[in-house]
Design a protein around this ligand. Structure first.
Ligand code: C5P
Length: 307
């Protein structure tokens, strides 16, 4: 057995996403239900033997042109953070097979960063607990701590406060991404502008108990919402408004019992309790949109595999 390790980096959707007024540090408090799905990236991590340094090699269906310089890549930053925290300059090679679309509200970069921390921690003999990793990972981005644990979670703070939810999730999810890149900071800024122009304040938080109660009801009765969706439908570019409206109504017409936008976009999703219907919808939607994926909720994140 070598010291190579393969680690899955599954994506998430936000079943619900409430955004509150901007804090003095520039972040917005949120209240969300995150759900990990069985679709995502895969990373292979190997030590560079006696060399130091960090090499990140990306491949897969997501175009290479859309990647930032290596040292700004969140995978690179995650390796660097682990090296610094461990005080161990051993070098690492990461091969990332990228399947999660970028700027898509599916937490692709955050999933990869968490996967790196989990894998390196495992190779190092688990010097950090999962709680340590959650804490550490928040430095890489607000969404990263969720991916350390995965499953279903009630998420607050700027996204880094995770409270696991144990709930039955007997439904399938159809992800539909139109190929638009949605910038998270720009989406938050648009939300601020719309709220200040309309003098509308944020809706009050619903609380974990209420959100879990909704989650446990049938998806056709879900009253979850995403504050970004409302903003995009009112004040997004004409292309964004048209596109989200088209996907969401198509999903509904094809039998989705609940539809929403994930994160700050651009992936829309439909929840189906009838798998046969979801499969039929998949076939139809594939002919219209660039990325369509049928997936299922994961109750916890998959283990890392040493090869
Ligand atoms: O934490 P992360 O680096 O992913 O956040 C990127 C940007 O998104 C932040 O700089 C901020 O502008 C915005 N953001 C926010 N409120 C959050 C999370 C992110 O305003 N809860």
């Amino acid at each position: 057995m070598g010291d190579g390790i393969r680690v899955a980096a599954p994506c998430k959707i936000n079943l619900h996403l409430g955004v509150f007024d901007r804090r003095s540090d520039g972040y917005h408090p949120i209240e969300s239900i995150f759900q990990m799905l069985d679709f995502g990236d895969v990373l292979w991590i190997d030590s560079l033997k006696k060399r130091s340094g960090i090499e990140v090699h990306v491949e897969g269906p997501v175009p290479m042109g859309s990647f930032v310089p290596p040292e700004q890549n969140i995978v690179y930053k995650a390796v660097r953070l682990f090296q610094m925290e461990r005080g161990d300059e051993r070098g690492w090679h990461v091969r990332l097979e990228k399947a999660i679309p970028l700027g898509a509200g599916l937490g692709g970069g955050s999933a990869d960063a968490a996967a790196v921390l989990l894998a390196l921690n495992q190779v190092a003999g688990k010097p950090f607990s999962d709680a340590d990793l959650e804490h550490l990972s928040a430095r890489l981005g607000s969404d990263v701590p969720f991916f350390i644990k995965g499953g279903t979670a009630y998420v607050t703070g700027r996204g880094e406060q995770i409270s696991t939810v144990s709930a039955e999730t007997p439904w399938a999810v159809l992800l539909v991404n139109p190929g638009l890149h949605s910038s998270t900071p720009e989406a938050f800024a648009l939300l601020d502008t719309v709220r200040s122009d309309t003098q509308n304040s944020a809706k009050p938080p619903l609380g974990k108990e209420r959100l879990v109660q909704i989650l446990q009801s049938h998806p056709k009765n879900w009253t979850f919402y995403n504050d970004f969706l409302e903003v995009f439908l009112q004040r997004g570019s004409p292309e964004v408004q048209r596109t989200y409206q088209a996907i969401l109504s198509e999903l509904k017409d094809l039998g989705a019992e609940f539809v929403n936008l994930s994160g700050s976009g651009s992936t829309c999703f439909g929840v189906f309790s009838d798998l046969a219907r979801a499969k039929k919808a998949l076939e139809v939607l594939k002919t219209h949109w660039s990325f369509v994926e049928l997936c299922f909720p994961l109750a916890r994140r998959p283990n890392t595999v040493v090869e």
